[in-house]
Ligand binder design. Structure first.
Ligand code: FA5
Length: 335
């Protein structure tokens, strides 16, 4: 048998082996073993190509054609088989790794407004319904607005009650929201009907009901013919709206330089003995009205300033004002 005949036979055998082996391949490792055996640089096909060197020039061309045809068929069969295996692997993966889109997603904790913000917004909305506007003023105030314009001259002993934090330029962090009364009246002719929530600062030592930073809500209504009875009515209406039933309220005499007469407002849950001071109120002092250019013979007004923290504490039975600032999620997330 000539070399060429022998080669023909070998090509045929390799072709048969190769097709047969490929049929049985079922995983990527076996496929790789097949590639190494038949198609790698030292594989069975490469060995056959070496035979060409031993042939006569006339035989070489036929041998080359034979071997190249074998190589192409082998490569085609191999990649076809690989395609089948890949598809099977993918099908197996998608069968087991299926994503259930109906499962609940990863849970993100949603934030919400701080209790004090909720309370402020609720109070604002009560007064907006009653026809009041919401006003605001600066937290860094001048002595004039914080004191003088409110009938508290420099020598007045009441200044001690509102001892605040001073800046180098003589301004101070406002000790109450009452300065906004003056700022609004200066700009607006009567009638005036506003509420003003805001942050205040005092050099009060901390305890369960006092904090150096706290919030007040100021109310001011100036118009012809207003009396203390109107003030009492508005406070009662507000208290009932905000607290609901089940609370007692008490007005008692007090003194503020900017109101005359002045009262203090106390509240307590019905059945309890301890009163908590909500704030002060009174008829706007004629001196304050004159100071902003109003005619106290023609218009009268009333005002109040309530502590926002105190109201939240009463309604939610919070024992200590310091919890508002503690930044403790266990507290914050309860509301
Ligand atoms: C005033 O600040 C007056 N401007 C209120 C006022 C307005 C009277 C309009 C008349 C007319 P007083 O200092 O009492 O008043 O404070 C009012 C309320 O603010 C207190 O009752 C309390 O609820 C709250 N408050 C005062 N200081 C603190 C503090 N350090 N921590 C928490 N709340 C406070």
């Amino acid at each position: 048998m000539s070399e060429l005949d022998a080669l023909r036979e070998q090509v045929f055998r390799v072709q048969v082996d190769l097709e047969h082996d490929l049929e049985g391949l079922s995983d990527p490792e076996a496929l790789e073993a097949f590639r190494v055996e038949f198609l790698s640089r030292k594989g069975r096909l490469a060995q056959l190509f070496k035979v060409i060197g031993t042939l006569t020039p006339a035989e070489r061309s036929e041998a080359g054609q034979l071997l190249n045809a074998l190589k192409e068929r082998a490569a085609a069969s191999f990649s076809a088989r690989r395609g089948v295996l890949d598809a099977a692997a993918l099908a197996a993966r998608t069968a087991t790794e299926r994503a259930d889109l109906t499962l609940p997603g990863p849970c993100h904790r949603l934030g919400h407004l701080h209790l004090l913000t909720q309370v402020r917004q609720e109070i604002e909305s009560i007064f907006l319904r009653l026809g009041f506007d919401v006003a605001s003023g600066p937290e860094v105030e001048t002595e004039y607005y914080n004191f003088e314009a409110l009938n508290i001259p420099a020598s007045h002993p009441a200044r001690d009650e509102w001892d605040s934090f001073y800046l180098d330029d003589g301004r101070l962090l406002r000790a109450h929201t009452s300065p906004v009364q003056v700022r609004v009246m200066e700009k607006t002719p009567p009638p005036v009907r506003i509420v003003c929530p805001g942050r205040c600062y005092r050099r009060d030592s901390q305890d369960a009901t006092h904090s150096p930073v706290f919030h007040q809500i100021e109310l001011l209504w100036v118009e012809e013919g207003l009396t203390l009875a109107n003030l009492k009515y508005v406070i009662e209406l507000f208290v009932r709206e905000f607290f609901g039933e089940g609370y007692d309220m008490r007005l008692s005499g007090d003194f503020f330089p900017f109101t005359e007469p002045s009262v203090q407002v106390h509240m307590r849950p019905r059945g309890q003995t301890k009163w908590l001071e909500l704030g002060g109120a009174g008829m706007v002092n004629p001196a304050v009205l004159t100071g902003v250019g109003y005619d106290p013979e023609r218009v009268t007004g009333f005002a109040f300033g309530f502590g926002l923290e105190r109201m939240a504490m009463l309604r939610h039975r919070i024992e200590d004002i310091r919890t508002f600032l503690a930044n403790d999620l266990r507290f914050i997330t309860q509301f």
